[in-house]
Structures are given as C-alpha cells and as structure tokens.
Design a protein around this ligand. Structure first.
Ligand SMILES: [Zn+2]
Length: 89
C-alpha cells in the first residue's frame, strides 16, 4: 500500500517515482475563517474577514472569473455538502 504523503507546509500531494513529495513551490494555504464583508466593485470581488489566527484577511477575485467557476450549480453543491456535514456531525 502506498503511503499518502503531503508537503509539511502546504497540501501538495504529487509524488515522484521514489514516492517522495515532488519539488514544488508551496501554495499559499490560508483560511478565511470568518467573513464579515462582501464587496463587488470594478469587476473585483472582495471577501474580507478574519483568518485562522484571528487577523484581518481579505481575498480579491476577478468577478467575471469567479462566476465562471462559482454559479448556481456550485452553490447547490456547496449547500448539499454543508447539509451532509451538519447531518453527520
Ligand atoms: Zn508545499
């Protein structure tokens, strides 16, 4: 059985032929723990709140690109996953 390995700093999990995590540039893995502001201006979508350490944190999306990825179908999927999570808790 192959051991499931990931990078210690990020969640990168592609392994090389020796079964070690492949060299990579670590991703920025942050949690927007609590959203308190939503803003959409000039094709930029902002979500602002607190990160996993309680510090102010903001993420900005290209609004058009965001809608290419997140639309009704994905919102329904997210709702479904939240319902599953709450029911299994
Ligand atoms: Zn990494």
């Amino acid at each position: 059985m192959t051991e499931y390995k990931t990078c210690n700093k990020c969640s990168y999990d592609i392994l090389d032929s020796e079964g070690e995590v492949m060299e990579h540039e670590c991703l920025i893995d942050k949690r927007l723990h609590e959203i308190n502001t939503f803003q959409c201006v000039d094709n930029e979508l902002y979500l602002r709140g607190k990160d996993e350490y309680g510090e102010d944190f903001q993420i900005c999306f290209d609004a058009f690109n965001f809608l290419e990825w997140i639309d009704k179908e994905q919102i329904e999927y997210i709702k479904q996953k939240v319902i599953e999570y709450v029911e299994n808790k």
